[in-house]
Design a protein around this ligand. Structure first.
Ligand SMILES: Nc1ncnc2c1ncn2[C@@H]1O[C@H](COP(=O)(O)OP(=O)(O)OP(=O)(O)O)[C@@H](O)[C@H]1O
Ligand SMILES: [Mg+2]
Length: 254
């Protein structure tokens, strides 16, 4: 079903040149089990897209394909270059940062060491201290807990830390796997407000978001792909998906 794409062209994020990331006929497998069955999608520079879908639809596998943690077939281009066959480290070096499902903080390290670890590949070492301070202003709770181990933070604080840690690497593409999962609505709003701010500061950062919380994700993303059993069931602009009652009822749950 491609109901959303069949409707009139709605505004999307401005396109400046070729996509930052583009997949054509992407398949991903865990051993003999194929989880993605030929996906086409793209993200433009500075754009935010979201993959929506139920449990097991293949959302996390989508992100693992991009950061090279699962084996894939088909085309996957970052900045015009194939990343198929590249290592996870090589992809990080190219400017792709990930906030995995379940946060991905280094639980034994302090909050501050987590932020420093996020910046380990950066060459502008002098800017790092000031940037850490800036994150403490954005999330004062992290500043108050800078010497405490990340493992003793609350779920919301860990999500804030995971997002700031990923952004400390000054990425060109940020991958976020269900940042709202298990968080109180107020904390979800706070995390999304920060993402919206980061997006507005307009440093050309593109975001690939994975969410089951379609409502909040479609406020941040300009376009969405709905995954169903490893295939794209629906795609379109956030407005198109929100305005399509059948899509909303079948896939978005509101
Ligand atoms: N390590 C693995 N080994 C084998 N199969 C896996 C592995 N990880 C995921 N799968 C399978 O791949 C499919 C897609 O899983 P994936 O984790 O990408 O779904 P998801 O959309 O992220 O789900 P959720 O919303 O529950 O996180 C599922 O059928 C799952 O069982
Ligand atoms: Mg998942």
């Amino acid at each position: 079903m491609n109901a959303a794409t069949d409707t009139a062209a709605a505004p999307t994020a401005p396109r400046t040149g070729p996509p930052l990331l583009e997949a054509r006929g992407l398949h991903a497998s865990y051993g003999a089990v194929e989880a993605l069955h030929g996906i086409d999608f793209h993200v433009n520079k500075g754009e935010t897209i979201v993959f929506l879908g139920a449990n097991g639809a293949g959302k996390t596998t989508m992100l693992r394909s991009i950061c090279r943690l699962v084996s894939t077939k088909g085309e996957l281009l970052f900045d015009g270059e194939s990343v198929v066959g590249k290592s996870a480290t090589a992809v990080i070096r190219k400017g792709i940062a990930t906030v995995p499902q379940g946060r991905g903080t280094l639980t034994d390290l302090s909050v501050e060491d987590n932020l420093r670890a996020g910046a380990y590949l950066r060459k502008d070492r002098g800017a790092i201290g000031a940037e850490i301070e800036r994150w403490y202003e954005v999330f004062p709770r992290l500043g108050q807990r800078r010497r405490i181990s990340a493992g003793s933070l609350s779920g919301g604080e860990q999500q804030m830390l995971a997002v700031s840690r990923a952004l400390m690497s000054a990425p060109r593409l940020l991958l976020l796997d269900e940042p709202s999962l298990g968080l109180a609505p107020l904390i979800v709003e706070q995390v999304y407000a920060v993402l919206a701010d980061v997006q507005k500061q307009g440093q050309d950062l593109a975001i690939v978001l994975v969410e089951q919380n379609a409502n909040i994700a479609l406020e941040l993303a300009s376009r969405a792909y709905v995954l169903e059993a490893g295939q794209i069931a629906v795609e379109g602009t956030a407005t198109e998906l929100n305005d399509n009652e059948a899509v909303r009822r079948a896939y978005l749950g509101y």
